[in-house]
Design a protein. Structure first.
Length: 207
């Protein structure tokens, strides 16, 4: 088994120490950080995303794989900067104002990072103005809004309106338990996703 396959395998299993050790070895062998990222870590996270979509793995497995992915990415960061590797796009993510739920949002964030996107996480209880401000500051391609309560869904409409008012050239995607395709269409958002893996693919398609 090649060392890149081994890294991918260990990352999928959430074996942080092994991932770090193998990445160190791969770098010593002269394999580029870009290759480790694009041929081991990202494809491994794609596999986890697919399995999650098909109910073959669940939230805990995704979280431990993402933790291993992040540990590997941390080691690679300085090398990637040196090699001039750019992020594939920037997403500003948050749970909308009035809503304090973040498990779904955190999962989406990890899946997006697993696609090689830069994710700016604003946390929970985020106002429409804050989304817009952060998107402008970070030159974002996408704003991703999450809501778990029917009472807070309305804030998503405010985000869409603020983006239009400010004439920002980006896409707004929404998700969360009460969100439907018809709600997405009714507020003029650009996309909706019912699960984390699809949300990451959607964001990627807009970058």
């Amino acid at each position: 088994m090649s060392i890149l396959n081994e890294i991918s395998e260990m990352m999928q299993r959430g074996r942080v120490a092994m991932v770090k050790e193998l990445i160190g070895k791969a770098l010593e062998e002269g394999i580029s950080a870009k290759s480790i990222l694009q041929d081991a870590l990202l494809p491994g996270m794609d596999i986890i995303g697919e399995k999650f979509k098909n109910n073959q793995v669940y939230v805990p497995e995704v979280l431990i794989a993402a933790r291993a992915m992040n540990a590997g990415a941390e080691i690679l960061k300085p090398y990637l900067i040196e090699e001039g590797v750019k992020d594939k796009g920037t997403v500003v993510i948050g749970t909308v104002k009035g809503d304090l739920h973040d498990i779904g949002k955190n999962l989406v964030k990890m899946m997006m990072e697993g696609k090689g996107l830069k994710v700016v996480d604003l946390g929970v209880d985020v106002s429409a103005d804050r989304f817009v401000e952060a998107a402008r500051e970070n030159n974002a391609n996408v704003i991703a809004c999450s809501a778990l309560l029917t009472t807070t869904m309305g804030e998503m409409k405010n985000v869409v309106q603020k983006v239009k008012e400010n004439k920002l050239n980006l896409k707004v995607i929404i998700g969360g338990a009460p969100i439907t395709k018809s709600y997405c269409d009714s507020i003029g958002a650009d996309g909706f996703s019912s699960d984390a893996a699809t949300a990451a693919e959607l964001a990627m398609s807009f970058c």
